[in-house]
Design a protein around this ligand. Structure first.
Ligand SMILES: [Zn+2]
Length: 384
């Protein structure tokens, strides 16, 4: 989660979450073991009463996704369901939870039967509805239907409206997780993964939440992040991350202003990418540990990156205008590096790989040994 991203404008998703809240309220605030045939009209009337005349019959027609777990939830005594709806309502205010550091649903025992059923319903609303056929426009009472593509589209539109700190247009054209290529679009279809920042297997009540859905490249989502939990993961070698204060979040707390990407020459004599907190305090360090655990960007950006990607990128920037006289010396290299640093800085987030290329160019500008090596690289390149 390196780059700050704009919050998508997706009112249909917010409406779908309101429908889900009504679903949960229906199952949590009463107890009933009436037969399905008697329950169906009550269910439909409930949604009509709350302004969604089409939603009841539509939800009822999703037996595996909604009806079966809802009937089980309804059958539990109200006394066993107290507090769950309030905790759900509190936790979908993610900004509020980031302010006080913890989710209210974590107060319930992990084996709470009612909570498990509520979670199953919300998770199904993602996997069996949003990621499948979507929600028809008439169910939402809106002009357009809602599906996964609509969420991706809203995200891309929002990133195209992004502005930099000076208010200038600065559309995000990279994966926010790893600074690589942005989603590809073909046949009017967006090809990208929709990552659940808080994994839906562990935080099912947040499965359809806009602030919990971030498009990430397949490499980030499938190879690295998967179902890792940024806050509390038994698999993590991260021991200093305890609550929401200790993590970054793509929308609410982007890493970019707080994290520095640098290059250092390590003991093997080679330059390496290192990701460091800008302020060396315990909380910033914990946040960085959580980020590196979930996305492993330091490992992915290092390795063969300098030889395979940073050298060619920098070579291309430096070569511009150099081939006229064929002369290359360290002074000319330093001038070229200053221009390259300014160019890369301006296009951070707008071209893939600029975060690491900028770190490398900055480091090279201050490293005499690196410059002497580079003069040789550039003499060879100019002669080509
Ligand atoms: Zn990525």
């Amino acid at each position: 989660m390196y780059h700050p991203i704009n919050l998508p404008d997706c009112p249909a998703l917010n409406t779908f979450n309101e429908l889900i809240r009504l679903l949960l309220a229906f199952g949590l605030e009463q107890t009933s073991s009436q037969p399905e045939t008697e329950m169906e009209p009550l269910f439909e009337q409930y949604f009509t009463h709350h302004g969604f005349s089409e939603a009841g019959s539509w939800f009822w027609g999703k037996p595996v996704a909604v009806r079966q777990p809802l009937l089980k939830l309804l059958a539990l005594p109200v006394a066993e369901k107290v507090g769950i709806l309030a905790a759900f309502a509190a936790d979908i205010d993610l900004a509020g939870r980031f302010a006080d550091g913890r989710f209210q649903v974590s107060d319930f025992p992990a084996d709470d039967a009612a909570l498990a059923l509520a979670g199953e319903i919300v998770q199904n609303c993602y996997t069996r509805i949003l990621a499948a056929d979507g929600v028809p426009a008439k169910v939402l009472g809106m002009d357009a239907p809602l599906d996964r593509q609509a969420v991706l589209r809203a995200y891309l539109d929002a990133q195209n409206r992004r502005r930099d700190a000076n208010g200038n247009s600065s559309p995000l054209k990279v994966c926010p997780g790893c600074d690589s290529r942005p989603p590809s679009v073909s046949d009017n279809k967006i090809h990208e993964d929709l990552d659940h920042f808080f994994p839906k297997s562990r935080y099912p009540l947040l499965a359809v939440h806009l602030l919990n859905l971030t498009p990430l490249c397949k490499d980030c989502n499938q190879t690295y992040k998967g179902s890792k939990d940024a806050i509390a993961d038994n698999d993590a070698q991260v021991t200093d991350v305890h609550c929401l204060h200790d993590i970054f979040h793509p929308y609410l707390r982007p890493a970019q202003p707080e994290v520095a990407v640098n290059v250092c020459r390590l003991a093997d004599g080679q330059p390496h990418i290192v990701v460091e907190p800008r302020q060396n305090d315990a909380q910033q360090t914990a946040r960085l540990h959580s980020l590196l655990y979930t996305l492993n960007v330091n490992g992915r950006w290092d390795g063969d990156l300098i030889e395979e990607r940073l050298r060619p990128k920098l070579e291309m920037l430096l070569l511009h205008g150099w081939q006229d006289d064929g002369q290359v010396d360290e002074e000319k290299l330093r001038d070229g590096l200053a221009t390259a640093v300014a160019t890369l800085n301006r296009f951070i987030g707008r071209e893939p790989g600029n975060v690491t290329a900028l770190a490398y160019a900055r480091w090279l500008a201050g490293d005499g040994q690196g410059q002497r090596e580079w003069v040789q690289v550039m003499r060879t390149a100019v002669m080509r």
